[in-house]
Design a protein around this ligand. Structure first.
Ligand code: HEC
Length: 151
């Protein structure tokens, strides 16, 4: 390929890649992003819940992997709550998120801390510790949902 053709090909590729993004509003993308991260958290919390309850055999590595993912994922959704993302796509985010953003942030940090504790307990493999830390994490998810997510 000569240089000029490469540039044209690269430009065409970029245009096709970004088309999907431009077809959506910024608010819609933010809402889908934050819901996607939440769904991933739900997936991995569910995997751990099944093992804590005994619905699925406990596997130390698998459990620890999910705990680490949740602790990392909990740092991510907040980018999706910028100004102007109250509406723009179906959402259960309550207006209080933007009216009391300090409380929303505090609930997020509380959950983050609990999830880091869960990842540590998961690395130890001690089921008594894991159960306590899992309960604290699930409770932190619920607290924020009670405060900031509509039914
Ligand atoms: C600081 C607040 C907060 C914390 C902490 C939080 N969530 Fe959420 N979550 C929300 C809000 C707000 C929504 C609604 C988002 C929307 O619809 O735009 C939501 C939505 C969800 C959804 C539904 C996503 C969808 O649209 O399908 C799941 C699943 C979920 N959260 C799981 C979790 C789990 C699991 C945890 C804990 C590990 C957690 N959340 C922690 C605020 C929080």
């Amino acid at each position: 390929m000569n240089g000029k053709f490469k540039t044209i090909a690269a430009t065409a590729l970029l245009a096709s890649l970004s088309f999907g993004a431009y077809a959506q509003s910024a608010a819609e993308r933010s809402i889908q992003y934050r819901q996607g991260v939440m769904r991933a958290q739900g997936w991995h919390l569910g995997n751990m819940a099944a093992q804590v309850k005994g619905d699925k055999p406990y596997n130390k590595d698998d459990f620890a992997r999910s705990a680490t993912f949740v602790s990392q994922l909990l740092q991510m959704p907040w980018d999706g709550y910028g100004p102007g993302t109250e509406t723009g796509a179906p959402t259960k985010a309550k207006a209080e998120i933007w009216l009391d953003s300090a409380k929303f942030k505090a609930d997020g940090e509380e959950a983050s801390k609990a999830a880091v504790g869960l990842a540590q307990a998961a690395a130890s493999g001690n089921m008594d510790q894991i159960k306590v830390a899992f309960g604290a994490t699930a409770k932190a998810c619920k607290t924020c949902h009670d405060n900031f997510r509509s039914k």
